[in-house]
Design a binder for this molecule. Structure first.
Ligand SMILES: [Zn+2]
Length: 186
């Protein structure tokens, strides 16, 4: 699993006005250009900076590594229905055999039988299980998902997300993320 962020891009972690990330999945990151724009528009406060600076003939500014919004934005209660989030809900494991390899999706009720592409009908499945089940109903195939698929809350994904931290985290972000710390009771 990779998150498309490299240190060269000097991304800025964006926190809500309560000092929590604006979103976890995906992690709320802006380009440093967008972050600096927001600083000049007085929309954010800089909490931490990179060593790297941008310079003009009259001005020098270190790139922000963490900013927080001045105005609180109400977070979405339910995470987006995305490939990554379905895998995260299912802990990157095939829901039929438990394999973490060759993951793809399976419609529990097959599309050919009217199954929808929704949280409640899509599970992570390895390619071999997906092929084996094909267009069969779960009982006919003898393949029942280990966990009944459901629409997760942000909290559900936080809990699973602790097991799968992103592969790039700048040290200045760690105070604001939960991967290295205890989860706050919610
Ligand atoms: Zn499998």
């Amino acid at each position: 699993m990779t998150i498309a962020v490299t240190q060269d891009l000097s991304p800025t972690l964006v926190l809500n006005a309560d000092f929590r990330p604006l979103s976890y999945y995906p992690l709320s990151l802006w380009s440093w250009q967008d972050a600096i724009k927001a600083v000049f528009l007085d929309r954010v406060t800089i909490l931490a900076e990179y060593e790297r600076a941008v310079r003009s003939p009259t001005y020098s500014m270190r790139l922000p590594s963490v900013v927080c919004l001045k105005t609180y934005v109400k977070p979405a209660r339910h995470p987006a229905f995305t490939r990554f989030n379905v895998f995260l809900r299912d802990r990157f494991q095939c829901q039929y055999c438990g394999s973490p390899h060759e993951l793809t999706f399976d419609h529990v009720v097959p599309r050919s039988k009217g199954g929808l592409t929704t949280w409640e009908n899509v599970v992570a499945a390895c390619s071999p299980c997906n092929l084996k089940k094909g267009g069969l109903m779960p009982k006919v195939a003898g393949m029942i998902p280990q966990q009944k698929p459901f629409q997760p809350t942000v909290h559900d994904l936080h809990n699973n997300g602790r097991l799968f931290p992103p592969n790039y985290l700048h040290e200045s972000w760690l105070d604001y993320l939960y991967w290295d710390s205890e989860l706050d009771p919610e």
